[in-house]
Design a protein around this ligand. Structure first.
Ligand code: HEC
Length: 163
């Protein structure tokens, strides 16, 4: 709808190529999500302390390289890719359903740097969804612990010290 409304006012894709590309990519992503995926509910809605620990380590080891331990995406790799990883703590992500986040993590996002993580067990993926929900309330102690699980070779330590 937005496309046609803009088109009617003579909106040119050339004027704002990145905005239009991002919009198209997101529309195609929504269309690629099968009906029902969005409405799936999390069978593990509350993490035990042990699950929370595991999920935070999992996120630090596999996701933080692009998303940062705190989820804001302000790490070298994330900042250098387009589209940037979004701030996972912000309403844009937090406003999506658990089912949508689950689907995105398992299937990745086409035409972007977000890989598919379909080899994890569904339980592990749901725990990551819970962890993403927890990101806005991450404690300093949790952040400190996560650093130990960041892949050191591609993760310059000084950059991570700010997170
Ligand atoms: C190689 C970089 C990279 C890695 C590693 C990565 N992501 Fe992403 N992720 C991205 C990018 C880039 C986007 C945004 C893509 C877009 O908007 O088109 C994204 C988007 C997402 C989104 C969608 C957010 C939203 O608002 O819709 C979720 C959820 C997510 N990632 C979770 C994860 C989790 C969990 C992991 C680890 C298992 C992970 N990502 C690993 C790059 C990465």
């Amino acid at each position: 709808m937005a496309l046609w409304a803009r088109g009617a006012r003579g909106f040119s894709a050339r004027a704002q190529p990145t905005g239009m590309e991002a919009w198209m990519a997101h529309m195609m992503r929504d269309m690629a999500m099968p009906a029902g995926a969005n409405r799936r509910t999390n069978p593990y809605p509350r993490l035990t302390a042990a699950q929370m620990k595991f999920a935070s380590e999992h996120f630090a080891a596999h996701c933080a390289v692009c998303h940062a331990n705190n989820g804001d995406g302000r790490v070298m790799l994330g900042l250098n890719m387009y589209p940037h990883p979004p701030d996972l703590r912000a309403p844009g992500t937090q406003g999506k359903s658990d089912g949508a986040l689950f689907y995105t993590i398992r299937n990745g996002i086409r035409m972007s740097g977000m890989p598919a993580w379909g080899d994890d067990t569904p339980k592990e993926t749901w725990e990551l969804v819970d962890f993403i929900r927890h990101l806005p309330r991450l404690t300093a102690a949790q952040l400190r612990r996560m650093r130990a699980y960041n892949p050191k070779t591609i993760f310059p330590e000084p950059l991570m010290m700010s997170h």
